[in-house]
Design a binder for this molecule. Sequence first.
Ligand SMILES: Cc1ncc(COP(=O)(O)O)c(C=O)c1O
Length: 432
Amino acid sequence: MTTAAVTPASLSEAEILRLREDFPILQTQVNGHPLVYLDSGATSQRPFAVLDAERDFATTMNAAVHRGAHTLAGEATEVFEDARSALAGFIGADDDEIVWTSNATEAVNLVAYSLSNASAGRGGPEADRLRLGPGDEIVTTEMEHHANLIPWQELAARTGATLRVIPLDDDGALRLDVAAELIGPRARLVAVTHVSNVLGVINPVEKIVALAREVGALVLLDACQSAPHLPLDVRALDVDFAVLSGHKMLGPTGIGALYGRRELLEIMPPFLTGGSMITTVTTTEAEYLPPPQRFEAGTQKVSQAVALAAAVRYLQNVGMPRIAAHEAELGAHLVDRLSAIDGVRVLGAGIGLPRVGLASFDVTGIHSHDVGQFLDDAGIAVRVGHHCAQPLHRRLGVTASTRISTYLYTTRDEVDAAIDGVARTIDFFRRA
Ligand SMILES: Cc1ncc(COP(=O)(O)O)c(C=O)c1O
């Protein structure tokens, strides 16, 4: 018997309209127009379930975790650890492989600083296999968000290792032929984004991981733009680290996470040090707790973690495969319609890779800030500029672009409103 591939059902228009009622900000007006929010790639909006979870925590059990012996502290610790389990389950990790951070940027820096601390001899002989030095190579790509680039530049500068960058082709696709050469015997770590925050394409992570495995290099996946939009299983992808930000997946700002393979976290020296991450301290030295607490110095982001867990449950209730299907449809529609407008160049449109509901474009002769301003006048929120990806823009021959990014609550009408707005902007400038 053969099994036909089943394409997951998308979200119906009626469902989207119903779930939009869960998001109070989507009912507001901006500049006299109903808000059309197409900037979820920068930060997503929050449903009542998330807003309520944070408020309920603050009003019924606010306390510092893992410390006090009183009832509230016990309850707070329980919900904090439940939140960790919720996120772990969401990405296919074990609970103790999730480290809370302030955002994805901090999570990448955590790994980079831990590796340079190991290189400086911290962590003892156990951490020896993490040492980097002259002759070692860190490999990243030309399409990274600065958060997954600058920490590696700094790590290379601190350790004497060399940073290698996988280039893009003219369409913005990763040059896998060059990747195969760059990920050689000297490569120790490969840091790559799952989904580009500018192009919206889903990178062939499996191929990069296979190249890294051949030479024994570690892989760090930037899952900022994938965890919110696609089913994500870090174990199935076989990555060593993954980073994400809560505010991009319906959660609050101020919380993100690092997934780290347990056997690596166990030998990694800490990044931040201080309270909450130790067992014994003298005036001259300290012994550290096992992971994940070893990496969670100081008072924790408890209400934010609880709210992020509510976001995860909300996403699971809707269903990640259905969210991904909805966004794939919006993404294809976005690219088709934008590409049909004379004077619009969609960055990375032609490469035929699967994509999320996000695309960036350049309009000949019109600065992205002007496009954004015109759309904003009509209540349409998009992102303009370099989107923290200057090397990518430079490679594609532009300094800035306009980005439209969608989410589970975005309707096709909203995408059309933005594209009609772009066409009107071009008309206006041509007539001027
Ligand atoms: C692909 C990617 N990586 C990393 C980040 C950094 O996220 P944060 O600023 O929340 O740390 C972003 C944010 O835009 C992103 O899109």
